[in-house]
Write a protein that binds this ligand. Structure first.
Ligand code: FES
Length: 141
């Protein structure tokens, strides 16, 4: 096991410890925050004020059994949204700093869902995002 492997394990362990906690304990996990939204058909409408300046937030998927949606603020202020389901074998991917990491077999993705490291070969499912002065809207289809 080289230094890189040790760092990856430590990163995964800390994310798991912080972010696998029951929701009530997540208030202390400053990097993980779920936000509310209004559903309009296949659109999820988030008030910008609930996101604030957070680099990312999570949305509970409106369909039962689906993993959360990761809403990421790019450096230019625009937003990207991806489903936190690994494209390798379907495990839930977790935010890990500026990356998204799969705890099952080690795949890693960028915050916009591109594959950084396999075994996954395809990017995470992404959603179109539009914005106006007060809202961020995710389009599920
Ligand atoms: S399910 Fe994610 S790496 Fe295998």
């Amino acid at each position: 096991m080289d230094r890189r492997d040790v760092l990856k394990l430590a990163q995964r362990a800390s994310v798991g410890a912080l972010c696998a906690a029951p929701l009530g304990l997540l208030a202390g996990c400053s990097s993980v925050r779920y936000v509310a939204y209004r559903q309009e058909g296949e659109r999820l409408v988030v008030n910008r004020a609930t996101v604030g300046m957070a680099p990312y937030v999570l949305l509970r998927h409106p369909r039962d059994g689906e993993p959360p949606i990761y809403l990421h603020r790019r450096e230019d202020g625009s937003f990207a949204a991806v489903l936190l389901r690994c494209t390798h074998r379907g495990c839930q991917v977790n935010p890990a700093g500026v990356r998204l990491a799969c705890p099952c077999h080690g795949s890693e993705f960028t915050a916009t869902g591109e594959v950084l490291e396999g075994p996954a070969e395809r990017p995470l499912q992404s959603f179109d995002v539009t914005t106006d002065a007060d809202h961020i809207t995710l389009h599920l289809v």
